[in-house]
Write a protein that binds this ligand. Structure first.
Ligand code: MG
Length: 165
């Protein structure tokens, strides 16, 4: 078994879509970012890469590379999943910290979106939503969204594969 953690934060600005776990959530602001800025998917990607010791999202998808501009982060997740040959995702747990809008009505949609993207049963994708209670600077002021993720992978290969070479 291998465990990985991921963390991400994005500013919230007008005239951008709010995308969380691949789900568009109606709101007056959305994530600034080179891609669609989906902080939850970015945290999950870093957790997956961490568990596999394959680097981090910024190394794989450079923010200066125009091919990733405004791209759906689910596409980036798909590219990462292709690198995880020999691993099985056992479980993903995550937390989104967002002052507003309330995420509770969207949690099941987000879990289903991520389950579909990761080809996992929805009971193995957990998404928890919190506010910052007005604290934590920009997050509590509603000017940023933060996400954390933990991933458990099982390694189904017995020898050291060439993915690390
Ligand atoms: Mg990010």
């Amino acid at each position: 078994m291998r465990i990985g953690t991921g963390w991400d934060i994005h500013p919230l600005i007008p005239q951008r879509p709010l995308v969380i776990g691949g789900v568009h959530i109606p709101y007056e602001k959305g994530e600034a970012g080179h891609s669609d800025g989906d902080a939850l998917v970015h945290a999950i990607i870093d957790a997956l890469l961490g568990a596999a010791a394959l680097g981090d999202i910024g190394t794989l998808f450079s923010p200066s590379d125009p091919q990733w501009q405004d791209i759906s982060s689910l596409v980036l997740l798909e590219l990462v999943l292709e690198k995880l040959t020999g691993f099985t995702i056992e479980h993903i747990d995550s937390t989104v910290v967002l002052e507003r809008p309330a995420l509770l009505p969207h949690i099941l949609s987000i879990r289903l979106s991520l389950a579909g993207a990761c080809r996992l049963a929805v009971e193995h994708i957990s998404v928890k939503a919190k506010t910052a209670e007005g604290l934590l600077g920009a997050i509590g002021a509603g000017e940023a969204v933060m996400a954390q993720a933990v991933v458990l992978l099982s390694d189904t290969q017995e020898t050291v594969p060439d993915r690390w070479l």
